[in-house]
Ligand binder design. Sequence first.
Ligand SMILES: Nc1ncnc2c1ncn2[C@@H]1O[C@H](COP(=O)(O)OP(=O)(O)OP(=O)(O)O)[C@@H](O)[C@H]1O
Length: 542
Amino acid sequence: MEAADNVLLKTVLIHNKKNCLVTLFSTHICWGLMSCGADAIGQYLEPFYYQRHESVPIQEIIAITPEKIQHAQEKKQNASLGIELISLETRSFCLHVVKRVGGHRWRVRKVIFDCPDGQACGDWIDAVQSRLNSKEYGRPKHLLTFINPFGGKRKAVKIYEEKIEPLFYLAGIASEVIVTERANHAHDYILEEDLRHYDGIICVGGDGMFAELLNGLLRRTQQDAGIHDANQETKLVNPRLKLGVIPGGSTDAVVYTTCGINDPVTSALHIIIGETVGVDVCSIHQENQILRYCVSMLAYGYFGDVLIDSEKHRWMGPKRYDWSGFKRWCKKFVYEAEISYLECPDTRHHPRDGSRCFAGCEICNSIQHSEGESLYSDDKWQTFQGRFISFQSITMPCRCDLSPNGVSPSQHLSNGYTDLIIAKECSQVDFLRHMWRVKSKTTDQFDFDFVEVHRVKAFKFRPILEDGEDEENDDSNGRQRLRTRQLRASSWNCDGEVLTEGFIDVKVHHQLIKLFARNIEDERQLKTDFCETSCYSCSARR
Ligand SMILES: Nc1ncnc2c1ncn2[C@@H]1O[C@H](COP(=O)(O)OP(=O)(O)OP(=O)(O)O)[C@@H](O)[C@H]1O
């Protein structure tokens, strides 16, 4: 099963009032009822586990703490003396480990072991703690935390104080907390202050708040490295600091997509265990300047207008998106643009390939990009010109409550491409059918003749706004009729923030940032706590 030299500690301890064999390996800890047999010539064999035993990867241990339990002998002594003596020697320890409770939700489970004496207990605590401190797990020790008190249902401060702070304390994470006082407070702080002693920056807020962290950190990193990020051809530098989000917003698409659920405790546990996932980032340029960085959705037309309208109804909380979406749908506006794009050369990868991005995704890990080559001299650019209701560029699957599979279900976190989704001019009923399918878990939202999808490395968007003249069908006398275009300008919905510039150039940067999250686990592969050495958690690390 395991190489003997991987065993760091092996002892018989008491767990749930039964003798258990507990073994600490370099990668995980196992415990279970044991059996001591004898071989053919009557010599005793090493104790071994019965078939079913439990195993937890070191990565999934949140903390190990001494446990103050009065042992039977002490209780007896105290009873006979009629007074309560508290033993100075702790003989029990508690492992706080990740427990999966379904639907990607994580909780903390306590597992208590009683040792024969204080010395053995101390040895166990030291041995496990030294594994937890090992650099290979990359656990954060110092975090900078921004809390947006006005995001979502305005509960971010309460969420942090009641649910997150105690967990960080348990895991030995020191967190400097800043409650933001205005929009862009976090962005400006990251640009200007000394960040050297942090391992990561996190926020309690929504996608807009995360976008502040992302933009602040990427700009700061390029600035410190002397990189001119306005130039689209520049190879950007990866930040040293990792980012994390604890959901406290309205949509929480980033956290939903990377953890599978918008649950604050689950996100805090993803951060504590220190596992990270690389995430692609789009840089958005106009002429010789960089406008923003974006990780999830960049949308023009319907979703741009919905965002602008929803800002007027912030008091409604997350429901504002439904209300504004309904209002915009009733009005049906059509837009026109010329969109040039550089499609993914590998035809196996496209927005309808049926793949899913899970933890340890093979597609994300295997795709190679030839960095440094100029995209703009490439002659493989293609062009779409026409009318549409909605244009979206989706760089991660963008899952949320309203769309459990995501706006682009086969998109990946770090394949180096963004998915273009163009819902061309169609009837309101057809557009509604398309949007309805985005909410569904089973139907293909792209299976309409008015929806066009492409997986691209870069694109250029040029809105067409001038009133012009369109040819219409010939009338009964064979003459062509002309009509004046009524074209609207929209704004961009950039990760939930408004961007008013119309024409833009966008380029995807492969795995530019690291996010504290494991990525969604494929629950079909996961077994329960009982492990016969083949559970996902263990096998992924062997
Ligand atoms: N103290 C503050 N006062 C006003 N606005 C703030 C403050 N702190 C941050 N903001 C801004 O609030 C905006 C929205 O925040 P956030 O993303 O956390 O919530 P949300 O919009 O409800 O959620 P989502 O983006 O997931 O839909 C962000 O753009 C952020 O810049």
